[in-house]
Design a protein around this ligand. Structure first.
Ligand SMILES: [Zn+2]
Length: 338
């Protein structure tokens, strides 16, 4: 009887997965989630990227400091900019890597909040459907990973974008890697629908702060540099819709760049574990405000009129912080740095 029950339960989980995964990703409106703010109307959260290495390469040390800063700031949620599980994502929904690199690493009390997560290129090298599966939420209730989605946190709206399918070389020159493109093909239709949906959602947004999050860089002097495909196709939409910040991972560093074309701040938080690549661009430093080649994470404290952003190293020290200000219902007018 117990066996029969188990059997039925497994079939139920498979059907549940099919239901979620067979939703038409190419044309559906971006799924929306509501994130409550604190009683005083403010919001605080941490951003970590490029992390899942079974606790190695200082992943555990970074996690401990996230826990400490998270406690100090009483953070409401955590954002992951992708490359969640190295080297090749998850194999299936029972892959022990999920617990070893996530559940058993981010153990601090302050991190027991919702994690909003996008996929990176390394995640696409595994079984993407496993990483997106709602079954993982039964294993660890904090986990929420979708390709592209929106989090509405009243004063701020966060737009999570699946950037890996934009990058040509993963299709044309995958080297010895295999990418799981199920749900992405036909690619051009997937990308143009995604951009159309983002454009509409940004236009309709009435939040004070518009924050776009993806795995790949738009502006960066790090190892990968800028992602041409995103500069060409995504950046014009962000510029036209008064986006305040674009936050990414992919380069294993902490970085802040601004632009002469818009008020967008480009923020890289990709220091979740392996870092110190040492090959950043020494010449093209236009708009560079801060670059740190090592491990760490980012914190954001947001009210209707101020967003305070800080980059923390492996000891939790704030290496660089700055604030953006705006009048209610007006776009950010000034920046101040410490
Ligand atoms: Zn990456």
């Amino acid at each position: 009887m117990a066996n029969l029950f188990h059997h039925c339960f497994v079939i139920y989980l498979i059907l549940l997965d099919c239901f979620y995964l067979c939703l038409p990703t190419a044309s559906a409106e971006l799924q929306r989630f509501k994130q409550p703010v604190k009683e005083d109307g403010s919001l605080s959260f941490l951003v970590i990227g490029d992390w899942g290495r079974n606790g190695y390469y200082n992943q555990t040390e970074v996690a401990a400091q996230m826990g400490r800063i998270g406690e100090e700031l009483s953070t409401d949620f955590v954002v992951s900019t992708g490359d969640n599980f190295y080297e090749d994502g998850l194999r299936n929904i029972r892959d022990p890597t999920f617990k070893r690199s996530f559940t058993k690493v981010y153990t601090a009390k302050s991190l027991q909040k919702q994690w909003y997560t996008v996929l990176g290129n390394h995640d696409y090298r595994g079984n993407v459907r496993a990483q997106l599966s709602p079954t993982l939420r039964n294993i660890d209730g904090r986990w929420l990973c979708l390709r592209s989605f929106i989090v509405n946190a009243e004063i701020a709206e966060l737009f999570f974008i699946d950037t890996t399918p934009f990058v040509d070389k993963y299709f044309s020159k995958p080297k010895h890697h295999r990418y799981d493109w199920r749900g992405v093909m036909p690619r051009q239709q997937y990308l143009s629908n995604l951009l159309k949906e983002l454009q509409t959602a940004l236009q309709d947004s009435i939040a004070s702060w518009k924050i776009v999050i993806g795995h790949h860089t738009i502006k960066s002097i790090g190892h990968h540099g800028e992602t041409t495909e995103l500069v060409q196709r995504l950046l014009p939409i962000l510029e036209a819709n008064n986006v305040d910040m674009y936050i990414n991972g992919h380069d294993h560093c902490l970085e802040h760049m601004s632009s002469i074309n818009s008020l967008i701040q480009f923020l890289t938080s990709g220091g979740g574990s392996k870092a110190w690549k040492g090959d950043f661009d020494q010449l093209n430093r236009d708009g560079l405000k801060f670059y740190y080649d090592g491990q760490g994470f980012m914190s954001l404290q947001v009210t209707e009129t101020e967003a305070k952003i800080a980059f923390h190293d492996i000891s939790g020290h704030s290496l660089h912080s700055f604030s953006l200000f705006k009048q209610p219902n007006l776009h950010a007018g000034s920046t101040s740095e410490e």
